[in-house]
Design a protein around this ligand. Sequence first.
Ligand code: ADP
Length: 272
Amino acid sequence: MNNKMGYAWAMNSNRFFPKNDAAGFMPKHDRTAWLKGGTAVCEMPPRRPLGHAWRIVLLGAPGIGKGTQAELLCERLGTCHLSTGDVFRTAKCLTEQEQTDSMKTALRFMRQGALVPDETVLGLIRDRQRCLRCSGGFLLDGFPRTVAQAEALENFLEKEKVSLTAVLNYELPIEKIVARISGRRLCAGCKAVYHLATLPPRMANVCDRCGGSLFQREDDRPESVEVRMKAYEVSTRPLINFYQSRGLLMSISAEGSPEEIYHRTRLLALGR
Ligand code: ADP
């Protein structure tokens, strides 16, 4: 997977980040161990931080912008972006023969916008458990998504003798989230993220960065979005109480641009 994904907007804004290469993109951990699982090893693992490692869970409805915030926070905190959605999307690029049966099942659910069954997701996490004890810390995005997954995560972390630093819960009215999702477009080449209204490419349907063509995620189509929103309300929203009762929850408004939300997150949650 290209290690520069998700930074289209940062290209135009270097307020928070210095330029690190000729194209102005930040170097990133490659996440091979997470994306492939099993015995796969990261070529560029996160560095051990000088202070404590951050271990964060991101909560919020689908399409609220967790992935974008995760990318920004990971750069800042030196942690790794562990997204379950990215694992499924990576598997989607494999051939039929390369995909395991459980991955094929997972992709069927994902295409419809439905939650992948807990046992499949937990199998995937078990196979990547060492990412949870990585000395660089982690930022979980898209997991846990049900109370059963949150309980399993508690067990995994207990076994690894590590604990969560915080759970950041992004909030936005549902109509605004649906508008965000329906305008989202991805580059087929480098996976940069655009938005037709708020972050359009310079030339329609062409990636500014690599010239690749832009596409809409299958599960961003209206029929899947409705299913995803319902799944969030029924299965994921209860995690707000779950983490509140453990004193870990911090709620953050997801109004405004990615840069504004990131700034808010830093002030509220990271205290800087
Ligand atoms: P979004 O948050 O925008 O919906 P993700 O990339 O996190 O996107 O997830 C995409 C899809 O992958 C979900 O709609 C769901 O089908 C599946 N998925 C990802 N993580 C989980 C999970 N923890 N439990 C169940 N299904 C999941």
